[in-house]
Design a protein around this ligand. Structure first.
Ligand code: ZN
Length: 161
């Protein structure tokens, strides 16, 4: 799920045009940037699995330091604090970052812990259930958000096409 995260970012940018783009568009993928770094550092663990759908081909065995609920809240606050000079920017940046977790929730295959090392995991498993079909869902979700964003921009006389 990348298109979906960026679509949320576009909708946020359209809704709050005065907020600079980087805090929003980097914010929506901040948790995944951290996940990549933490995999390299060996803090996260992923396991190859050719059956893992729809495109990862590995299981996210341990991603608790960036993709648990508590970690998502923590990192979203940290991301917001980066922009604390402008309170409004900080709040929208934090929302953008936390939106990542909320968007991952329905898709992920029960690999989102409540907190690091928690036995309880979230994730409604749409990836697993629908496989490639989950792309269609993400596409519909993204299209709706992008139509919303484009219509808001057009109302302000900005044509993005
Ligand atoms: Zn993610």
């Amino acid at each position: 799920m990348y298109v979906g995260h960026f679509a949320i970012g576009m909708a946020l940018k359209a809704r709050y045009p005065d907020v600079p783009t980087p805090p929003i568009l980097l914010g929506v993928v901040f948790l995944d940037i951290l996940a990549g770094i933490f995999i390299v550092l060996g803090w996260n663990q992923v396991t190859p699995n050719l059956q893992a759908l729809p495109y990862l081909y590995f299981d996210l065995t341990f991603i608790d330091w960036d993709h648990s609920l508590l970690a998502a809240i923590f990192w979203s606050i940290i991301w917001a604090v980066c922009f604390i000079k402008h309170k409004r920017v900080a709040i929208i940046a934090g929302i953008a970052s936390f939106s990542h977790f909320l968007a991952d929730w329905p898709m992920h295959n029960n690999d989102l812990a409540l907190f690091p090392h928690s036995d309880y995991h979230l994730g409604m498993g749409l990836w697993n259930q629908f496989g490639i079909g989950s792309w269609v869902l993400e596409g519909i979700f993204s299209t709706v958000l992008l139509i919303y964003a484009f219509s808001l921009f057009r109302k302000r006389g900005i044509d993005l096409t």
